[in-house]
Design a protein around this ligand. Structure first.
Ligand code: IMP
Length: 199
């Protein structure tokens, strides 16, 4: 067995979100057929690890074992330095059951205000894991640093994009064209590392 991904291989994306599976397939330059865990009736595991890398690995291993195929998983989020890295792996959970990111961004602002922090440094992380059904796995992490702004600006992105200005820039991720964000994003950086490791 080798840790190479032959083109044309069918991979399982450890997600129940078809949009995310399409995005993963596109980021891998369309080299693979990508099925979702939902299509294969694989349940979503609880994300019980304490790091992005740990949760990406857990999800990839779970899908690989259930599907008997090579599986790919990601875990990502926003970490705020003054909040000791929160929301971090809880980024999605801060938006609550209705996935309202206005609420999540409000919580970030509130917590910073509560502790009277001036430091606005934050970063996005994306961990990507590929797991083989017989055990081996590769995991990489990409990161982009920046500063938070309140109130948020821009409607182009998703999640915490409106409050994040990448280092050296003036626009928030929510104001940047998708191509401009993709050129520097944590996700793109993680995929570059993954491709370097596997192809
Ligand atoms: P996951 O899909 O479970 O990994 O959750 C990722 C969480 O982090 C979601 O709540 C996203 O909104 C947030 N997040 C990850 N990447 C980005 C990004 O590029 N922009 C804004 N929010 C992001």
């Amino acid at each position: 067995m080798s840790l190479m991904l032959p083109p044309g291989e069918t991979l399982v994306a450890a997600t129940h979100n078809p949009g995310k599976a399409r995005e993963l397939a596109a980021l891998l330059d369309g080299r693979f057929t990508v099925l979702t865990a939902a299509e294969l009736n694989i349940p979503e595991p609880d994300e019980t690890e304490s790091t992005f890398v740990g949760n990406a690995l857990l999800k990839a291993r779970h899908a690989a074992q259930h599907a008997g195929r090579i599986a790919l998983a990601d875990d990502s989020g926003l970490s705020v330095t003054a909040l000791d890295g929160a929301p971090g792996i809880f980024s999605a959970r801060w938006a609550g059951p209705t996935k309202d990111f206005a609420v999540a961004m409000g919580k970030v602002a509130e917590r910073l205000e509560e502790i009277g922090a001036d430091d606005r440094h934050a970063w996005f992380t994306c961990a990507l894991a590929v797991a083989w059904p017989d055990g081996p796995a590769v995991v990489v992490e990409g990161r982009v640093d920046g500063a938070l702004v309140f109130p948020g600006r821009g409607t182009l992105g998703f999640g915490y994009d409106p409050i994040f200005v990448p280092e050296g820039g003036e626009l928030t991720f929510g104001e940047m064209a998708p191509e401009a964000k993709d050129a520097i994003s944590h996700r793109t950086r993680a995929f570059e590392k993954l491709k370097a490791a596997l192809f």
